[in-house]
Design a protein around this ligand. Structure first.
Ligand code: PHE
Length: 346
């Protein structure tokens, strides 16, 4: 076929294609049109594929003609595509209605961890009875965690408070909030102190349903003149009432801590069975909730107080333990295992 003939056919084809394009109204039709006019088997493409066989002097003319045809078709295609898209949008806007009265979607919002909520509750109760929150470090010295609390290196009580040691000699993760007593006393001596010391503690021990290697404690410390064991009992009983309700009964049992003398443990009557005995209290009728005692004279001295002039009491509790009692949770490990199904319930 001669070049003029080819170009004429191409022209006819293009004109015809553009005419067909006029009548197209849907995306699917447009897609078919694109395949047949610009696709691999289209006449335009044929001209390009046969360029190599054409006579060298004809090639520029043929190439130019095919290029022009392609550009024109592509340009018209683009205009049509935009037209169809905007018609489609108008159709949908007319058809679909937005119901502005439907309730919105609530964003999922997080909340404080149950242990934090519980700590905040307890600290709020304690502030009402006069205890100011005082924070002290979780990474401690052996001296603050043990020595100054009357637990020297050879003391058998260290077995109960084994912990995680850092590579720095004499630096460890605190096993209880009691070293906070030293920090608070040294800051406030010789003035009276009444503080609540909250925070994370660590112990190197077998984990079980009732004990974890990390847990919070809240410590109470009151130092002043003429503070007696009666103050300790009265304050802790009042605290127990606020925590468990006015009817709750408490009892004190003698105990031992190197940093208090005398020492005691406070139990509350089992609120599940009312003291009759049940699985929760292991048939004892009582639940142990904290350790306490009068601050040991040596510890007072280490804190900067003259034990002949000052006395004081201290108490320490595990808020997670109290929470598992209050909510009858069967395993303390839920607190730090980060299972959302547990955390969401609070
Ligand atoms: N520190 C003790 C413990 O962790 C609790 C305690 C605190 C006891 C204060 C007496 C006084 O077991």
């Amino acid at each position: 076929m001669d070049t003029n003939e080819i170009l004429k056919q191409l022209n006819d084809f293009t004109e015809d294609a553009l005419k067909r394009l006029q009548n197209i109204t849907t995306e699917a039709e447009l897609n078919n049109w694109r395949l047949s006019t610009l696709g691999k088997r289209s006449p335009v493409q044929d001209v390009f594929s046969q360029l190599a066989q054409a006579a060298p002097q004809d090639r520029p003319l043929l190439g130019k003609g095919a290029n022009q045809a392609r550009k024109q078709l592509e340009a018209e295609l683009e205009i049509k595509a935009a037209e169809i898209a905007s018609a489609e949008l108008n159709r949908r806007l007319g058809e679909e209605k937005l119901d502005v009265t439907l309730p919105g979607r609530k964003p999922v919002s997080g909340h404080l961890h149950p242990a934090t909520q519980n700590m905040n509750d307890i600290l709020a109760m304690l502030s009402e009875i006069g205890f100011e929150t005082y924070r002290s470090p979780e990474v401690e010295t052996d001296e603050n965690n043990f020595e100054l609390l009357n637990i020297p290196a050879y003391h058998p009580a260290r077995d109960m408070w084994d912990t995680f040691y850092t590579t720095e000699p004499g630096v460890l993760l605190r096993t209880h909030t009691s070293p906070g007593q030293i920090h608070a006393m040294r800051q406030f001596a010789p003035n009276p102190v009444r503080v609540a010391l909250p925070g994370m503690c660590f112990r190197y021990e077998q984990v079980s349903a009732r004990s974890e290697i990390q847990f919070n404690q809240i410590e109470l410390l009151a130092i002043g003149k003429n503070i007696t064991f009666g103050d300790l009992k009265g304050t802790l009983q009042e605290f127990a009432k606020r925590l468990f309700g006015n009817e709750v009964r408490t009892r004190f049992r003698p105990s031992y801590f190197p940093f208090t003398e005398p020492s005691a443990e406070m139990d509350v009557e089992c609120f599940l069975c009312g003291g009759k005995g049940c699985p929760m209290c292991k048939n004892a009728g009582w639940l142990e909730i904290l350790g306490c005692g009068m601050v040991h004279p040596t510890v007072l001295e280490n804190g900067g107080y003259d034990p002949r002039e000052f006395t004081g009491y201290a108490a320490g509790m595990g808020p997670e333990r109290i929470t598992i009692l209050r909510h009858a949770i069967d395993d303390i490990r839920y607190f730090w295992s980060n299972d959302i199904r547990f955390l969401e319930q609070f």
